[in-house]
Design a protein around this ligand. Sequence first.
Ligand code: TMP
Ligand code: ASP
Length: 244
Amino acid sequence: MQNYDLKDMIYEGKAKKIFKSQNSDEVEIYYKDDATAFNNLKKSSLKNKGEINATITACIYKYLEKNGINTHFIKVLEPRLHLCKKVKIIPLEVIVRNIIAGSFAKRLNIKEGTKPKNVIFEICYKNDELGDPLINDSHALALGLATKEDLTQIYSMASKINNLLKEFFLKCDIDLIDFKLEFGKDKDSNLILADEISPDSCRLWDKETHKKLDKDRFREDLGGVVKAYEEVLLRIRKAGLLCL
Ligand code: TMP
Ligand code: ASP
């Protein structure tokens, strides 16, 4: 186990820390146990969450890579430490919704669990001070957050990732309700998938009972947060999808 206090930290986010790596084109990403919601208004530390999310993310990123999606993930260094390509993050949170829930349900007063006529894609400006506001493509272009080509590629990749993830989670008897993606540019300016995909960044409901197995358990004080995350990992394992 490395002494993380002695490592060179580049950035500390709400759920992760990013450290320098020996290779300047790479970084080491450490998954913390900290949980926040509502732009940091609600905070807690959930024992083992970091390790579970790191394991689920590694598994999903290996699966996506195998299926032709370029990601920042290189390898697992320690249970909660990943070696990743260094990227310049595009300051957008890309949200994909298969079923209505969360902020969409609230904003438009639609019952959670409703199936929309098509998959919904949203972008938010990644800016904590502003509370990550929902924007559109025209805003993103006007603010210089991404180019037209970036946006086209982002939506195309997000759609492919959605199809792959829906299939992945169905094998675990889980419905993928919605999720958030982040993209970045690597040293050669290739657009690649970055950040994490875990129960912190997805809504995952049991296929039969619709039990929530994601961060909504924390947001809505439902209890059993880490137990639900463990359940997701266990189901991934049982389905033979833990590509270690
Ligand atoms: P929302 O319904 O609150 O807009 O969230 C949509 C999806 O994005 C949901 O799966 C949770 C995820 N998400 C994040 O990963 N980070 C965030 O900061 C927010 C607001 C949502
Ligand atoms: N991750 C965001 C926050 O900390 C919001 C959320 O996931 O609900 O505040």
